[in-house]
Design a protein around this ligand. Structure first.
Ligand SMILES: NC(=O)c1ccc[n+]([C@@H]2O[C@H](COP(=O)([O-])OP(=O)(O)OC[C@H]3O[C@@H](n4cnc5c(N)ncnc54)[C@H](OP(=O)(O)O)[C@@H]3O)[C@@H](O)[C@H]2O)c1
Length: 258
């Protein structure tokens, strides 16, 4: 028996990165999974791999800034698995800019997916959790949920909002046995870093080398792996954290401890 046997989990934004690593871990722990994202080819590949390994995973192409796609995600999860026990609000984007340089479009897009989609998916899922008498929501925050950073104004403010949304939702639904927590990763090595390049410190020979060099200023001297964040999401999603709600759990190797 896995820690999530007989439970159904929705993971938003599981076509890559932390969402994908969490889907793979949840599947190994016995969860029935619905995973989402906009990139169809990647989502189908993640689901196929999980199903080949004996898991139960359905990929739904969905853009969570669109209410119809959110409603479709909930409905198709119920059609396939009858109930929803766990929602991991993971989908998000990183947007750079200061107060002066952030465009109206970047601000709106960032808040649409990083904040509004978290509220929207939670709003849609809570009635179904109430019907089954329990549920768990895990929101993906960031180290920037609790500290500021230069040049990341739209992202940091959106992730700060996720932290307080988590606490407020936890209080609203604690008496209904619906727990709401946030995982707050620090810099975590995901495929996206390789795609966009990460050459900020000299002229390293490989992206991996660039990342290792720029990680030397971090307390543990390295970045997280997506799997390390996924294990903490599993803790928050499972009964191992049965009396934990309203918590923002830093997974940042000590970065925000100072
Ligand atoms: N990596 C880090 O260092 C780090 C640190 C702190 C927090 N986080 C948080 O971790 C979460 C996952 O990010 P990641 O680092 O794993 O990067 P990632 O690989 O880019 O993952 C982001 C996921 O969100 C999905 N997504 C983005 N916009 C979406 C939309 N409108 N509708 C549906 N899905 C959408 C993407 O799928 P599609 O592109 O296929 O839609 C992708 O699956 C984010 O919330 C991020 O803020 C990451």
């Amino acid at each position: 028996m896995g820690k999530l046997s007989n439970l159904t989990a929705i993971i938003t934004g599981a076509t890559s990165g932390i969402g994908k690593a969490t889907a793979e871990l949840f599947a190994r722990e016995g969860a029935n999974l619905v995973i989402t994202g906009r990139r169809n080819y990647l989502g189908e590949a993640v689901a196929a791999q999980i199903n080949r390994s004996g898991g139960q995973c359905l990929f739904l192409q969905a853009d969570h800034t669109c209410i119809e796609d959110c409603e479709k995600t909930i409905q198709q999860t119920l059609n396939r698995f009858d109930k929803i026990d766990i929602l991991f609000n993971n989908a998000g984007i990183v947007t750079r800019g200061s107060a002066e340089t952030t465009s109206e479009e970047d601000w709106a897009n960032t808040w649409d997916i990083n904040v509004t989609a978290v509220w929207r998916m939670s709003r849609l899922v809570i009635p179904h959790m109430r019907n089954t008498g329990k549920g768990v929501i895990v929101n993906n925050g960031s180290d920037l949920s609790v500290v500021g950073a230069r040049g990341f104004l739209p992202y940091a403010t959106s992730k700060g909002a996720v932290a307080l949304m988590t606490k407020s939702m936890a209080l609203d639904h604690a008496s209904e046995n619906i727990r709401v927590n946030a995982v707050c990763p620090g810099d975590t090595f995901v495929e996206r870093w390789l795609e966009r390049g990460f050459y900020e410190h000299g002229t390293p020979t490989t992206p991996e080398e660039a990342m290792l060099r720029s990680a030397t200023s971090l307390p543990m001297g390295r970045y997280a792996l997506a799997e390390e964040v996924a294990r903490v999401v599993l803790f928050l999603a499972s009964d191992d954290s049965s009396f934990v709600t309203g918590h923002t759990l830093m997974v940042d190797g000590g970065k925000t401890a100072a």
